[in-house]
Write a protein that binds this ligand. Structure first.
Ligand code: ADP
Ligand code: MG
Length: 695
């Protein structure tokens, strides 16, 4: 019976029972008198004064008046009529509960109460006695477990207590002894006892620190092992992130094609771009495949860096695939590539799901025959019938838009191709370590020169006319503008939200009748979208009314106004991306966040963050704080975050230490053969996937 209930909660062995960590701990070792109910849950000894009933029939409820040495209180016994017999007036009880001041009395509906053997003075200690086999829930720090149907706190406490008594004492340490001693962690058995039934709050803290480190240590050991596997065959093992262990690699010269492209550019590369290209060239010349994440804020010029990487692969006779999440963006890359790379003799193709058979089959033939050097497209790039002659470099743009499976699918089209992932939604460094721990990271910190930071304004919906006036002046000066709305069509149930369709009509007819306006959203067909974007790029269209389809990648330097209506409805990363659509030329640009009056605390905070920050990394860190790591793109699929107590964001210091330790260990002892590391090898063996035994 108990076994089945436990199994339903995922607890199938003594080990998994012991790993059911409490979600909280109640300190019932200290006396908190009723008088102090506002400071903490009350934990005291009370004398029952008398009983009272209120309500009728099924809602008839018992009220018990109690007092301790400090004050009187009332216990409201919803659904607990049996307490009438148990709580005898005049007797003493240990009481624990949350109290509040209501209807002129200090009362509680959430309390636990237990007979006390203490007689007399109600100020006596709340130290719990052991009555029979049942251990008192008082006088100690009590674990509070996450529950599932059929389980209750008492059961889990008893089962875990039993497991600890009979099983945990001889447990071996799972961390190298040197680390335990260095950081003063608890030995495994002690830590396990203390995490469930700590003798003091200090001991609990130490147990938590120990487990947090241990989880992060194993996380980083796994990462380190993957880095090692990728680097098999190279003499020097240099895990990323261990800066002190980095041996400087020589700077490879630019290849002839890279040089030619750079010479043809009307501008010079930013220092960040140059640095990224050096790092990429080093990787691509190395003896193992590149796995690099290129991070750079919106507008930092990542596309160009990927083209330069592509040229290096093409020069050695290989093929390159650049994958973008939307057809709009893929097309824009295609146009840029045509303009920049075709003059260098690069053979370019464009492949999306919309390509009809007539155009598709010659393209596929060309790819298979190696007559195409560079293919740019969407998910279609890894359709099953797409065959590459020699795919050497895969570029994944806006990589957070793709899942792990999709990245793997495109990689499988080549024989260990180099991989360059790009992201303008910066992953905070803290998380990058965790999620992409086995990738090298290049960061472009600078924007091209001459860019002025976008000026951001908040505006109430009732002030939108002022915003329109402002935009009108920019349009008159020859500039262009985006208007973004959360909905495509009017939504009957939320008629207070504006949608692109009605707003496009209103803006073009009433507000800006003299300027050509167009509409773009995901439900339009690709050809229409393409045409609209092209016209907007050329400047034939002045106002683009859009949903968040324009969020990623779109690059029109003459656009200087971004008006986001119902800005409170968008997430931080979307707002940042949208704002990044302007400020791409040398003219001053503006972003208007128009919000409707009813703001939640959360949306207020988001708008404030946008107003006060322009750095994408800072915004991403704020986003993380507001939403927690689980919501960040890509993490859910990463499969790494099966942590119990550790939180890689909160515990980043511990994470960094664990990483350094794990990598240092693997560097001196990659096979984990030293006696000191035996315990680590054993844990890893136990955790081996079924594939290790051929399943
Ligand atoms: P993102 O990093 O957001 O993908 P893009 O690659 O779209 O940015 O580049 C934004 C714009 O900046 C493009 O118009 C591009 O031509 C331009 N650009 C890129 N590098 C430079 C540079 N070094 N100097 C000036 N403009 C640049
Ligand atoms: Mg881009």
């Amino acid at each position: 019976m108990a076994v089945r209930t436990l199994a339903q909660a995922g607890i199938t062995s003594v080990a998994s029972l012991l790993c059911r960590y409490p979600r909280a701990w109640e300190d019932r070792s200290q006396n908190i008198p009723i008088r102090d109910f506002e400071r903490a849950p009350v934990c005291t000894v009370v004398r029952v004064l008398d009983h009272e009933w209120f309500g009728y029939g099924v809602t008839k409820t018992l009220k018990v008046h109690v007092e301790d040495a400090s004050a009187r209180g009332v216990l409201i016994c919803f659904n607990r009529p049996f307490l009438e017999k148990q709580l005898v007036p005049g007797n003493y009880y240990r009481l624990w509960g949350y109290f509040s001041y209501k209807y002129g009395v200090i009362q509680s509906t959430a309390f636990e109460i237990e007979a006390s053997d203490i007689q007399g003075d109600a100020g006596a200690s709340i130290a719990g006695g052991v009555s029979g086999r049942k251990q008192s829930a008082f006088g100690r720090i009590l674990p509070v477990y996450p529950l599932n149907a059929g389980l209750n706190q008492g059961m889990l406490r008893r089962f875990i207590q039993r497991a600890l008594e009979q099983y945990a004492a001889p447990l071996e340490n799972e961390l190298p002894l040197t680390i335990i001693q260095r950081d003063g962690f608890l030995p495994k058995s002690k830590a396990l006892n203390a995490i469930h039934f700590p003798a003091s709050m200090e001991e609990l803290e130490l147990a938590r620190k120990t487990f947090i480190y241990e989880e992060l240590f194993y996380l980083e050991v796994m990462v380190g092992k993957r880095v090692l596997e990728r680097r098999v065959g190279t003499e020097v093992v240099v895990p990323p992130g261990t800066e002190e262990a980095l041996t400087p690699r020589s700077t490879p010269p630019l290849s002839p094609l890279q040089k030619r492209l750079i010479e043809r550019l009307p501008f010079t590369l930013t220092p960040g771009q140059t640095e990224a290209i050096v790092e990429i060239d080093q990787d691509m010349d190395g003896s193992y495949p590149m796995a690099r994440l290129l991070q750079g804020d919106v507008g930092s010029g990542k596309t160009l860096v990927s083209f330069l990487a592509g040229l290096r692969a093409i020069e050695t006779g290989g093929q390159v695939a650049i994958m973008a999440p939307t057809e709009l963006l893929a097309r824009q890359h295609g146009e840029n590539a045509t303009q920049l790379l075709e003059p260098l003799g690069i053979r370019i193709a464009f492949l999306t799901g919309n390509l009809k058979t007539a155009g598709r089959s010659p393209l596929l033939k060309g790819l298979a025959a190696g007559e195409i050097d560079l293919v740019i497209g969407t998910h279609a790039l890894f359709s099953h019938d797409v065959i590459y002659k020699d795919l050497r470099l895969v570029v994944v743009d806006e990589q957070h838009r793709f899942g792990v499976v999709q990245r793997q699918a495109i990689m499988a089209k080549g024989n260990h191709p180099d991989l360059l992932m790009m992201s303008a939604t910066p992953i905070p460094r803290t998380l990058a370590l965790t999620i992409y721990g086995d990738m090298e990271v290049s960061i472009i910190r600078d924007l091209p020169p001459g860019r002025k930071p976008v000026t951001t304004h908040l505006a109430r919906e009732s002030n939108e006319a002022k915003v329109y006036d402002f935009v009108e002046r920019e349009l008159a000066a020859g500039r262009q503008a985006y208007f973004v709305y959360p909905l495509i069509e009017a939504d009957e149930t939320r008629d207070s939200y504006k949608d692109v369709q009605s707003m496009a009509a209103r803006l073009s007819r009433e507000v800006f009748p003299h300027y050509p306006t167009a509409l773009i959203h995901s439900k339009l067909d690709e050809e229409e979208k393409r045409k609209t974007m092209e016209d907007f790029r050329k400047g034939d269209i002045k106002i683009l009314v859009a949903t968040s389809v324009v969020e990623v990648g779109v690059d029109v330097p003459n656009a200087t106004c971004m008006v986001i209506e119902h800005a409170e409805r968008f997430g931080l990363s979307a707002l940042h991306q949208l704002r990044g659509r302007v400020g791409r030329g040398t003219a001053q640009s503006y972003c208007f966040l128009v919000y409707s009056e009813e703001l939640t605390e959360d949306s207020k905070l988001r708008l404030k963050v946008m107003l006060e920050n322009s750095d994408g990394f800072v915004i991403a860190e704020e986003d993380l704080k507001l939403r927690g790591p689980g919501h960040l793109g890509g993490i859910e699929q990463s499969g790494y975050l099966t942590l119990g107590l550790a939180d890689p964001v909160r515990d980043v210091a511990s994470l960094a230490q664990a990483r350094t330790d794990a990598f240092a260990m693997l560097e001196v002892d990659p096979g984990l053969l030293l006696p000191e590391h035996r315990c680590v090898a054993q844990v890893l063996n136990r955790a081996a996937p079924f594939s290790a035994i051929g399943l």
